[in-house]
Design a protein around this ligand. Structure first.
Ligand SMILES: [Zn+2]
Length: 459
C-alpha cells in the first residue's frame, strides 16, 4: 500500500468512540487507522496532530453561497474558503439565487460554477415548484430539493419567484413527485397566513424594529413555526416523501418531530448556529439586525439543546446567510426591509467544540450531528461522514484546548463581519483536509478553487 500522507499522534473520533491512532491516507481515502507504534507508512509525509483531535469534516447541507446573482454579499470561492477554515468539507448550496435554481438548465449552470470555483466538495439543492422540472432534476446527482413555505409579500428577496409556496395542495403534489426520486425534500417551515396577520399588527403599531421583528416571528410561542411543521409532518406521512425540516427552534415542533419519528415518518431536521449560540434577547437588543435570523427565547433554546442531544434534531447546518452591513444597518429603524440571516459557516464547528468544553453536548454527538447524520440522511454515507477505512479522507485537525477570540478581522466572508465578533471560545480548527489534500493548513486557506468535486454517492 502506497501511503500518501499520515496524520500522526492525534485522538481520532470515530463512530464507536475516540481512539489514539495514526490516520493513513492513500488516493484521497482513509487507508488505515493504526497504532502509532507500528510505524506503518513512515516514509510518507506526516502531519503532527499530537494533543489534537482528528474529526470528520462537517457536511453542511444549508449554505447560501449567493452565487450567481448576489456576489456583492458572497460567492462560491469566499464561501468555500470559510468552509475550509471552519472545518466544513462538503457544502450543499441553496436555490434562492438570481436566477433562482428552479429548472434543470439553471441547476446545470450552478453545477458549472461549483466545478470552477469550489474549494471543498459540494452539491446543490434546487427548488421544487414545477413537477416537470423536478422529475428532470431528480435524475441528476443532487441529494435534495428545497422550498420555502413563503410567498413573499412585496419583497423579491430572499424568496424569489419559484422558490416558495404555501399552498398545501402544491406542497403535497411536490412531495408526491419527489417521493418517486431518491432525494429528500428540505422545507423552510412558515405559516404565511398567520404571519401576515401577526406582523400586520406589529407594523400597524409602528414596531418596525429588531425587537418588533424578533417578537413577531416568535409570537404566541412560535405558532407560525409549529403550525407549518404540523402540516409538513402530516403531508409527509400522506405521501411517503422523505423530508428535512430547516430552522428548528420551538419546543413544541421538536415534540412533533419526535412523535412523527416514533410513528416511522421519514423526517430529519436541523438546527442552525444562531439557534444554539446567538439570538438571545440580549443579542437582539445589542446587535439588532445583525443578530437576526430569529429570536430564540430561553425556554425554546433549552428544548433545542435537548433535541440535539437526544437526536430528535439530527444534524447541525449553518444556514450561512451573509449580507452586507448596509443591508443590515437599515434594520435598526426598518427591520422588515433589512435582509435577515447571518454568516456562520466559518465558526460553527469551533462553536460546537466550545459547547463540548462547556458540557452542553458530548464530543461524539457533536461530531455525529456535524458529519455522520447529514451523510446518512442525504445518502453520502458510503463515502463521507466518518473516519473509517475506505471513506474519503475529509478530516479536521482541531485543538480542543486553545482559547481564542473570534474577531471581524479574521472573517473571510465578503460581508466582512460576524455576529460572534469579540466572543472568546475554547476549541480551534488548525487544518482541514478534503479527500486527503489540505484546504486549510495551520490557520491558512491553501485550497484552490475548482478542487472540490460533487458529493454524490451512486446507489
Ligand atoms: Zn437558509
Amino acid at each position: 500500500m502506497a501511503v500518501d500522507r499520515r496524520i500522526t499522534g492525534g485522538t481520532v473520533v470515530t463512530p464507536s468512540g475516540s481512539v489514539q491512532a495514526d490516520v493513513l491516507i492513500a488516493d484521497g481515502r482513509v487507508a488505515g487507522l493504526v497504532s502509532p507504534a507500528l510505524g506503518l507508512g513512515s516514509d510518507a509525509p506526516a502531519v503532527d496532530a499530537t494533543g489534537k483531535l482528528v474529526l470528520p469534516g462537517m457536511i453542511d447541507v444549508h449554505v447560501h453561497t449567493r452565487e450567481p446573482g448576489y456576489t456583492h454579499k458572497e460567492d462560491i470561492v469566499t464561501t468555500t474558503q470559510q468552509a475550509a477554515a471552519g472545518g466544513v468539507t462538503t457544502i450543499f448550496g441553496m436555490p434562492n439565487l438570481a436566477p433562482p435554481t428552479t429548472t434543470l438548465d439553471t441547476l446545470n449552470e450552478v453545477f458549472d460554477l461549483y466545478r470552477e470555483k469550489s474549494i471543498v466538495d459540494w452539491n446543490h439543492n434546487p427548488a421544487a415548484t414545477d413537477a416537470g422540472e423536478v422529475e428532470k432534476m431528480g435524475r441528476t446527482d443532487i441529494r435534495a430539493f428545497k422550498i420555502y413555505m413563503v410567498v413573499d409579500t412585496g419583497r423579491t428577496y430572499p424568496h424569489p419567484a419559484g422558490t416558495g409556496m404555501h399552498d398545501h395542495g402544491h406542497l403535497l403534489q411536490m412531495m408526491d413527485v419527489i417521493a418517486e426520486t431518491d432525494k429528500r425534500f428540505i422545507i423552510h417551515p412558515h405559516d404565511q397566513a398567520l404571519m401576515d396577520y401577526i406582523e400586520g399588527a406589529y407594523l400597524a403599531r409602528g414596531e418596525n424594529t429588531p425587537a418588533g421583528y424578533a417578537s413577531a416571528y416568535a409570537a404566541r410561542n412560535g405558532v407560525i413555526w409549529d403550525t407549518a411543521i404540523d402540516v409538513i409532518l402530516r403531508l409527509a406521512e400522506a405521501s411517503n416523501c422523505p423530508i428535512h425540516i430547516a430552522h428548528m427552534q420551538t419546543g413544541r415542533s421538536i415534540e412533533a418531530v419526535r412523535r412523527a419519528k416514533a410513528r416511522g415518518v421519514d423526517v430529519t431536521c436541523e438546527v442552525n448556529h444562531w439557534a444554539l449560540f446567538l439570538s438571545t434577547w440580549h443579542d437582539v437588543e445589542t446587535l439588532g439586525p445583525y443578530a437576526l435570523s430569529y429570536w430564540v427565547p430561553d425556554d425554546a433554546r433549552e428544548a433545542v439543546w435537548d433535541g440535539l442531544r437526544d437526536g430528535t434534531i439530527d444534524m447541525i447546518s449553518s444556514d450561512h446567510a451573509p449580507h452586507t452591513r448596509e443591508e443590515k444597518e437599515i434594520g435598526w429603524t426598518e427591520m422588515w426591509s433589512s435582509h435577515t440571516g447571518t454568516p456562520g459557516i466559518q465558526y460553527y464547528y469551533p462553536l460546537m467544540l466550545d459547547a463540548v468544553n462547556r458540557g452542553l453536548v458530548t464530543l461524539e454527538r457533536a461530531v455525529d450531528s456535524a458529519a455522520f447524520q447529514p451523510a446518512k440522511s442525504f445518502h453520502l454515507d458510503s463515502t463521507k461522514g466518518r473516519i473509517a477505512v475506505g471513506y474519503d479522507a475529509d478530516l479536521v485537525i482541531a485543538d480542543p484546548t486553545e482559547t481564542w477570540t473570534i474577531t471581524n478581522a479574521e472573517v473571510l466572508s465578503r460581508s466582512g463581519w460576524t455576529p460572534y465578533d469579540g466572543r472568546t471560545i475554547t476549541g480551534r480548527i488548525d487544518s482541514t483536509f478534503v479527500r486527503g489534500e489540505p484546504v486549510f493548513l495551520d490557520g491558512t486557506v491553501v485550497g484552490q478553487p475548482g478542487y472540490g468535486r460533487i458529493a454524490a454517492t451512486a446507489g
